[in-house]
Design a protein around this ligand. Structure first.
Ligand SMILES: *Cc1c(COP(=O)(O)O)cnc(C)c1O
Length: 408
């Protein structure tokens, strides 16, 4: 989505500087074109099999992002009643919604049953029992899959590893047959599928293949036991290139997993989040002050860990580009936010042109888990968000105001 024209940074055909001047900073900018390209390039590679691509809403739940993807035909993977509310408003049909999460409350289950969502991905026997009771009370049937933990190490950051043994997610592999047999005997449960999601920002095909193999083994065993599944949901987690990673392409992901299921005639479900929105968004920040301390140069900018927490939380790397001034001499600097935490940084030791106060820089690949994880920490106002579409743009969430910090 980014390019330089005469030394100025552009998001598609719109000047980043012009947007920052108009809307202020910190500012999230998304590219509609990149968003749709990402969705289509993922969806299209599975054309040879029945499939559903359910966008993992938690990566970015901005209304315009959701509406764009819903209109393109995507389904949604949700993790809360609030996400269900938002995706229904955005126009995702209930029959394309899958619901994950280890802690669904009875109220959330009831809401989703009333809306007739497609499938619940269940993570414990107690959740199964509550689902059955709630469905019976509402005179409904719940379509379910079990999230099975295949005990595969995805070699990603330990905070975003979900498919190893000893994490809170999923049903242990060894218990799979037992839980399916229990579900098959419940009056208001329809056993539809199996689900696995092993982690996020996975940059090799191997872990996906291994997980698929282990899931396929269960599908076979279930079939022998008389339980036939209609859906295999292989989750999300496909990594993107933040710096030097070389993640598999969607086609390479497909070629890793589909051959593990030669016997399966049902529908495959995928839940990409980061892949769809990650590189379709940037965070623009303005330089407030510059200083030198302990031999290091600091650029103190107006975006902090409350706007983008990934560097702080996962020591994640995001490329940072100057919005202008690219022909100037470069210096190494730490790009830090205004928040009272030493961990409040966007990038360390970055080679950047000498920027003046008020000039701007763009943190790249900030579309996923950026605004979605932002907060009002330090009573800061959350950033505005803009969608660029070719040469036009629109404000898709206004910047918060002090009245959004009202005491009650
Ligand atoms: C977070 C999550 C996803 C999306 O993960 P990405 O790494 O953003 O693709 C998909 N499925 C489930 C169950 C998740 O928790």
């Amino acid at each position: 989505m980014l390019s330089y024209r005469q030394g100025m940074l552009y998001a598609d055909d719109v000047s980043v500087e012009a947007l920052a001047s108009k809307f202020g900073t910190p500012l999230y900018i998304y590219s509609e074109k990149q968003l749709l390209n990402n969705y289509r390039s993922f969806e299209s590679v599975f054309a040879s099999v029945p499939h559903m691509v359910c966008y993992a809403v938690k990566a970015n739940s901005n209304g315009a992002v959701l509406k764009t993807l819903a209109a393109a035909g995507a389904g949604a993977d949700i993790t809360s009643g609030g996400e269900l509310f938002r995706v229904l408003k955005a126009g995702f049909p209930a029959r394309k919604i899958v619901y994950a999460g280890i802690g669904k409350t009875e109220a959330e289950i009831e809401y989703a049953l009333r809306e007739n969502i497609f499938m619940f991905n269940i993570e414990s026997l107690e959740e199964l029992e509550l689902m059955n009771r709630t469905a019976a009370r509402l005179k409904k049937r719940a379509r379910i899959a079990f999230r099975i933990n295949p005990h595969v190490d995805p070699h990603t950051h330990h905070y975003i590893t979900t498919g190893k043994s000893g994490v809170k997610f999923g049903i242990p592999y060894a218990d799979a047959l037992k839980v399916y047999k229990r579900a098959a005997g419940l009056s208001n449960i329809d056993v539809a599928g199996i689900h696995s999601h092993i982690g996020s920002q996975i940059t090799a095909a191997g872990p996906f293949k291994l997980a698929a193999r282990r899931i396929a083994e269960i599908v076979r065993r279930l079939s022998k036991a008389g339980i036939t599944l209609s859906h295999v949901d292989l989750g999300g987690g496909l990594g993107i290139r933040y710096s030097k990673e070389t993640p598999p392409t969607p086609a390479q992901l497909r070629d890793a997993v589909l051959p593990e299921f030669p016997f399966f005639k049902g529908t495959f479900v995928f839940e990409p989040g980061r892949y769809i929105v990650g590189n379709a968004g940037i965070l623009v920040a303005g330089v407030i002050y510059r200083k030198t301390a302990g031999g290091r140069n600091f650029l103190i900018v107006d975006a902090g860990m409350n706007d983008l927490i990934r560097p702080t939380l996962y020591e994640a790397y995001h490329e940072i580009a100057a919005v202008s001034g690219t022909s100037r001499k470069k210096i190494k600097a730490d790009v830090v936010g205004p928040i009272c935490e030493t961990g409040d940084f966007l990038g360390k030791n970055r080679l950047l042109p000498r920027l003046a106060q008020g000039e701007r820089l763009a943190v790249q690949c900030a579309g996923a888990y950026g605004f979605a994880m932002s907060s009002q920490y330090n009573s800061r106002l959350r950033a505005a968000e803009v969608m660029v579409s070719g040469a036009s743009h629109r404000l898709i969430r206004r910047r918060e105001k002090y009245t959004d910090l009202e005491l009650s």
